[in-house]
Design a binder for this molecule. Sequence first.
Ligand code: SF4
Ligand code: SF4
Ligand code: SF4
Length: 208
Amino acid sequence: MSRKELISIIDDSLPQTQCKKCGYEDCMSYANAIVNENASISLCDPGGNNVTKEIADKLKLDETNQLDRDDFKKQLMLAYVEEDECIGCTLCIKACPVSAIIGSNKLMHSVIQDWCTGCELCLKTCPVDCIKMKSSEKIWTKEDAETARKRYKKTKERIYKNSINNHSLMSNVYDNKHEDENIGGDDLNQKNSLIAKILKKARDMRTD
Ligand code: SF4
Ligand code: SF4
Ligand code: SF4
């Protein structure tokens, strides 16, 4: 079996909350570190003992010294926004790995409860501490993990696409500024108006 296949098999054991509690950027990065950097197999806090056992089994390791945490099958915690306190800063949207938060600039934000993985990443970004966690009636399943993995992938693709578009928009603005050196009067006003529109579009895209 190739290392790439092994990483993928180990990633399949991870809960896909993308919470970074293992110290890595996401579940796949942790799986990669287990295979390529000899990282401990017991760093996934949400996964607990069940995930450690599963990985140990796949790698044919003795895991008995590493089972010191709760089991995987615990109730999922969900984030929610105290909406009266939300100032609409959009920071939580950028932090959410699975696009589970909706809202617009200066407007109230909400968590799509069915999409939330309970990763808690949004909590740390909120400047007014208006995101809280509550217990759900639900146990996090392998099916939930697979859905979260797909949402994370889509979120990353969207962020990448937006960054390319924003870069392209800003290049246009830069080019326009150079052309402005040779124009004046109404032409300059039209150019400035165009730049303002482009910047507004870039800002709107950043808050998508
Ligand atoms: S669920 Fe969180 S702690 Fe576990 S591997 Fe994924 S990112 Fe790391
Ligand atoms: S809403 Fe918050 S806790 Fe839920 S998945 Fe998004 S960042 Fe994580
Ligand atoms: S980070 Fe907090 S204040 Fe800002 S939009 Fe999200 S919930 Fe509202």
